[in-house]
Design a protein around this ligand. Structure first.
Ligand SMILES: NC(=O)c1ccc[n+]([C@@H]2O[C@H](COP(=O)([O-])OP(=O)(O)OC[C@H]3O[C@@H](n4cnc5c(N)ncnc54)[C@H](OP(=O)(O)O)[C@@H]3O)[C@@H](O)[C@H]2O)c1
Length: 314
């Protein structure tokens, strides 16, 4: 199969087209022909050699990066139930996977726990944008912050891959949503439902927002989030490690959140997209080394808008 791989850790220029063997499915696994995959900041960390165990346990060079994918099942292990050859599916590969089993290629082999069926009304390109960013936001709102209708939440970094999901999911849950972004993103975020958009280059959110029930931090600015929070509010950060001091600020609950979420959460999130409550902002690029490099450089700029998807096949 064709893959876009690296032969050593380094800059985005390391990517090259490499022919690699496909992986045969184990009893509880399926092989999927990838129609689209999306890029995440975690891919950049992997490329630079900044990830460690468990991510890297099975890695070798050439290394195929990438976790998010959507495609069609081509082979099945004997113990698989609930899925069939020809099913359209999407999901995220296990954190630790073999060097030739990342998503930047034509096939991937995954456990069915990592899969959901593609619902009618969702394209492969759209579905590939959901798993890591969408689930992180969905898990944050639903299971971690347990956001309730009428509560006030600040989403720090509303225009990014995770942030755009977070503000819309929070709105779908009935919350009042403030968010931070650069000025060029104000119109988009307002259109997607944000009640207040704060240009963080000009205004300190802590100067204008007070007594918030919840903060979802996607940029690693925990101190600002804490100042916005009410005395017993809750802050979830996906981009910083809270210090002891930050964790013991009044009665606030402050914690780092890993990407979590079940196939059911992924299916529920997909329904929010199909129903139009969550709109996707996706830049879709054809499968090529140049486009993977372009996507990585864009994410490294820290100012991408929404998700970058690589379209592999129709
Ligand atoms: N813990 C986990 O499991 C988990 C899961 C997913 C992601 N992450 C991490 O979460 C972070 C966000 O992921 P992502 O996919 O959303 O990244 P992303 O799409 O690359 O985020 C880019 C966005 O960040 C915004 N931004 C940058 N600095 C900002 C600041 N100081 N204040 C407000 N907005 C700022 C930019 O907005 P403007 O252009 O408007 O400035 C841009 O739209 C990354 O560090 C990623 O590694 C963690």
């Amino acid at each position: 199969m064709k893959t876009i791989a690296i032969n050593q850790y380094g800059s985005a220029d390391e990517f090259t087209m490499v022919d690699m063997p496909t992986t045969e499915p184990q009893a509880d696994e399926v092989q999927v022909a990838i129609h689209a995959f999306s890029l995440n900041p975690m891919d950049i960390a992997g490329r630079m050699g900044a990830l460690s165990s468990p991510f890297t346990d099975l890695w070798a060079f050439p290394l195929v990066l990438g976790w998010d994918f959507a495609g069609v099942i081509t082979k099945m292990g004997k113990a698989v139930t609930g899925f069939n050859i020809g099913d359209a599916v999407f999901g995220s590969a296990a954190p630790a996977h073999a060097a030739n089993n990342g998503t930047y290629g034509e096939f991937i082999t995954v456990n069915t726990k990592e899969l959901a069926h593609l619902p009618a009304g969702l394209s492969f390109d759209q579905a590939a944008a959901l798993p890591i960013a969408g689930l992180t936001a969905y898990y944050g709102m639903k299971h971690n912050l347990k956001l309730q209708s009428g509560q006030k939440i600040l989403v720090q970094g509303g225009a990014g891959g995770v942030g755009l999901f977070a503000i819309q999911i929070a709105k779908a849950f009935g919350a009042y949503v403030a968010t931070t972004a650069s000025a060029n993103h104000r119109d988009l975020l307002t259109r997607l439902g944000a009640d207040e958009v704060i240009d963080y280059h000009e205004t300190d959110p802590a100067a204008v927002l007070h007594d918030y029930d919840a903060v979802f931090d996607t940029v690693g600015d925990i101190d600002t989030g804490l100042k916005v929070l009410k005395a017993d509010g809750q802050l979830a950060t996906i981009a910083g490690q809270p210090t002891d001091e930050q964790q013991h600020d009044q009665q606030k609950k402050v914690a780092f959140q890993f990407t979590q979420g079940s196939s059911q959460d992924l299916a529920d999130l997909a329904q929010l997209v199909v129903s139009g409550q969550v709109k996707l902002t996706v830049a879709t690029l054809p499968f090529s080394v140049a486009n993977v490099i372009k996507g990585h450089r864009s994410i490294e700029s820290r100012h991408t808008t929404g998700k970058i998807v690589i379209h592999v096949t129709d």
